[in-house]
Design a protein. Structure first.
Length: 478
């Protein structure tokens, strides 16, 4: 048996004798298993609930009787954001952004009914998921297991004895690293088993799962290297423990919490009310379809009359009110799109600032990697919003075209006893409307979104390994 393996076996035996270490390791395993099971059960329940509500919303919309098409524009419908199987591993921003949206004419609504807004304040401190356990709890457990791996040998003078017996510094560090790496591997194994179980689910994508597994393996390996690095640089076990706990508190707890607040202060976002006021202000300058004296629609009316070669709207072969509704929806949708793009750009700048802070915190980079590969980050939420808006716009304009083609202008403005019946369109028209179907990215796209975070984690690992190699050369020199 090689010297490195002998040292690793001796270190593992020493850990096994430490009751606190054994209890901590067992608790980590149990916590990871509980997190995987609870997250999986929670995710399955949410998926079932959303599918049921989506089906009920579709049935309610298509079950409407004969109506005026513009009433259906304002009746609207709900759609729900579906999540992929990897959301059970890392739910990302879903609990904060909301999971459903009400679609109606003349406005873009934001997603709502986020779990955090409907739950106790405890939910805001982080959900118990495999990702959370591996990002936050596992490094702390490794710290308490390995903080004295090298500092203990230096403090007791046993390192010099090992070197006098022909053991090199590199073999000592290699053995300690092998032992701590084995513990890290065993600690992350339950989460990886859960990840493999997810692979059996329909819709699971292999490439993002491999990226997630690689990212978390590199993250745990990084902490094993950092622990030995600090233990090698600090001569006393107590000082090594304090330094490592401080490093964990700053990089895993403090920076991930502070970075979003700093980004929010540096790049402020408009709230919903401010956006609505801005849209209403801009709409007055562009054109108001509900104002008969509006200059834009006066020019639009004349252009329509010229196109059909008639003198009045009553002579048009189609319903002028439907044409106005189409043009009004086009204007409001373009305004909302412009403000939405500005909001997306601001949020992208915020995320960019957080990612730059992630250069100082591998936990931030890992979180970015994990959410991107699972499709539960900001990019996934934005994809849902954009597809929802495209569906909403197509739905509303379809209903507006029904008003233009199936309802006469004379009946649309009539107020006699039978006018309401004549304005209605047959219910089979709503029943023919296609349902909303979210189209998610493929595995290669998700993996590509996760590569920047993976590069930061691997960069940290390479840098820490280089520093450990330098520290190894000076080990025991004092």
């Amino acid at each position: 048996m090689s010297v490195v393996r002998l040292i690793a076996r001796d270190e593992l035996r020493l850990m096994a004798r430490n009751r606190v270490a054994v209890i901590a390791f067992v608790l980590l395993i149990l916590l990871t298993l509980v997190a995987a099971a609870s997250a999986w059960t929670h995710q399955r329940g949410i998926a079932t609930l959303r599918a049921r509500h989506a089906h009920a919303a579709e049935a309610a919309f298509k079950g409407q009787p004969d109506r005026h098409p513009h009433r259906m524009v304002h009746y609207g419908t709900f759609i729900f954001r579906p999540l992929g199987p990897l959301a059970a591993f890392d739910p990302g921003v879903d609990a904060f952004t909301g999971n459903s949206m009400f679609l109606e004419g003349h406005r873009q609504n934001s997603a709502n009914f986020g779990d955090v807004r409907q739950s106790s304040l405890l939910v805001r401190f982080g959900q118990l998921t495999p990702a959370f356990v591996l990002q936050v709890v596992a490094p702390l457990m490794l710290i308490f297991l390995g903080y004295g791996a090298l500092a203990r040998e230096t403090e007791r003078g046993t390192l010099r004895l090992l070197m006098l017996q022909g053991t090199s510094r590199g073999q000592v560090v290699g053995g300690k690293l092998l032992a701590l790496g084995t513990v890290a591997l065993l600690g992350g194994l339950p989460a990886m088993i859960g990840l493999v179980a997810i692979a059996a689910e329909p819709g699971a994508l292999a490439v993002p799962m491999l990226v997630i597994a690689l990212g978390y393996a590199a993250y745990l390996a990084l902490w094993a290297v950092l622990i030995l690095l600090v233990s090698a640089l600090v001569g006393r076990t107590r000082d090594a423990l304090l330094a490592l706990v401080a490093l964990w508190a700053v990089t895993v707890v403090l920076l991930p919490r502070v970075a979003p607040d700093l980004a929010g202060a540096a790049v402020p976002l408009r709230n919903r009310l401010q956006t609505e006021v801005a849209v209403a202000r801009d709409l007055r300058t562009m054109g108001d379809s509900h104002n008969p004296d509006d200059p834009h629609f006066a020019r639009f009316k004349q252009a329509v009359l010229d196109r059909y070669g008639v003198a009045t709207v009553e002579q048009l072969p189609i319903n002028y009110k439907g044409i106005v509704a189409i043009e009004g929806e086009r204007l409001t949708a373009s305004l909302y799109d412009r403000h939405a793009k500005a909001s997306y750009a601001a949020q992208a700048r915020q995320i960019g600032l957080v990612d730059r802070v992630g250069l100082l915190s591998p936990a931030i980079a890992l979180r970015s990697l994990s959410m991107a590969a699972a499709g539960t980050g900001f990019a996934g939420h934005r994809r849902f919003l954009e597809q929802a808006e495209a569906y909403r716009y197509a739905l509303v304009q379809r209903l507006n075209r029904m008003q233009m083609e199936a309802v006469s202008y004379a009946d649309d403005g009539a107020t006699d006893a039978g006018a309401d019946r004549r304005k209605r369109v047959a219910a089979h028209n709503w029943q023919a409307v296609p349902d909303f179907r979210f189209v998610g990215p493929d595995g290669h796209a998700l993996a590509g979104d996760a590569l920047p975070g993976l590069a930061v984690v691997l960069g940290w690992l390479a840098g820490a390994s280089g520093l450990l190699a330098l520290a190894t050369r000076r080990l025991g020199a004092r």
